[in-house]
Write a protein that binds this ligand. Structure first.
Ligand SMILES: Nc1ncnc2c1ncn2[C@@H]1O[C@H](COP(=O)(O)OS(=O)(=O)O)[C@@H](OP(=O)(O)O)[C@H]1O
Ligand SMILES: Nc1ncnc2c1ncn2[C@@H]1O[C@H](COP(=O)(O)OP(=O)(O)O)[C@@H](O)[C@H]1O
Length: 207
């Protein structure tokens, strides 16, 4: 649905398949979801590094960073989170069309919002990665001291404390950073990409 009248879709002369051929690998979104502090950014950035070292074009869209720019007019109400994820879904689709392996690190707490992004893309272009780290571990880490603030009532509607997190039903990949080291999660994701023919990387490197 669009608010604008009198707009026409403009076809390009170079298509996604050609861009993928040029880059030498398929494109897709690696959609990380999980609580604040679960490890989304850490893993996404390490996977990006590993892909780069293997000459694979990738890009990380990160919750905090995108909220400084594109989504600076959005807060943390359910409606704003929905719009946040909708926009990131659309941006991810553009990146995938450009041939890039796109990694997104957003809490994306609502199942319906994530499923709407899945619907925007082809079946094999959306890879949901559930960073299933228990809240006790996230809260214990409290990287940004936000859980402490939320417990003191200084932040309202904090995910996992007084705002919901809906876990995925059937994520393509699940990692629990309280049970496995960073390198194992990175290997697991690289292996998935290799096994499903997104990339063709000979051996796993050290993280
Ligand atoms: N109320 C509330 N709830 C959850 N998180 C909060 C909140 N306020 C600020 N923050 C900080 O914002 C980061 C989450 O932004 P996202 O864009 O990923 O959130 S969402 O997907 O729209 O739910 C999140 O970053 P991460 O820790 O990287 O997940 C927090 O640092
Ligand atoms: N096995 C692990 N995998 C990923 N992160 C880990 C692990 N163990 C500890 N951490 C730490 O947990 C924190 C996760 O923070 P971050 O990646 O910013 O999470 P998120 O993006 O989900 O908010 C980082 O400080 C990271 O160093």
């Amino acid at each position: 649905m669009t608010k604008s009248d009198n707009i026409t879709w403009q076809n390009s002369k170079v298509d996604k398949d050609q861009r993928q051929q040029l880059l030498g690998h398929k494109s897709a979104v690696l959609w990380f979801t999980g609580l604040s502090g679960s490890g989304k950014s850490t893993i996404a950035n390490e996977v990006e590094k590993r892909l780069y070292e293997n000459q694979i074009t990738s890009y990380v869209l990160d919750g905090d960073n995108v909220r400084f720019g594109l989504n600076s007019n959005l807060g943390f109400s359910a409606e704003d989170r929905q719009e946040n994820i909708r926009r990131i879904g659309e941006v991810s689709k553009l990146f995938v069309d450009a041939g890039v392996i796109t990694l997104t690190a957003f809490i994306s707490p609502y199942r319906e919002d994530r499923d709407n992004v899945r619907k925007l893309l082809a079946t094999d272009e959306f890879i949901e990665i559930f960073v299933d780290t228990p809240i006790e571990v996230c809260e214990d880490r409290d990287v940004k001291q936000l859980y402490a603030k939320a417990r003191r009532g200084e932040i309202k509607g904090f995910t996992g404390i007084d705002a919901p997190y809906e876990a995925p039903d059937k994520p393509e990949i699940t990692v629990d950073t309280s049970k496995q080291p960073l390198a194992t999660s990175v290997d697991q994701i690289m292996a998935y990409l290799n096994e499903h023919d997104y990339i063709n990387v000979e051996t796993a490197d050290e993280v």
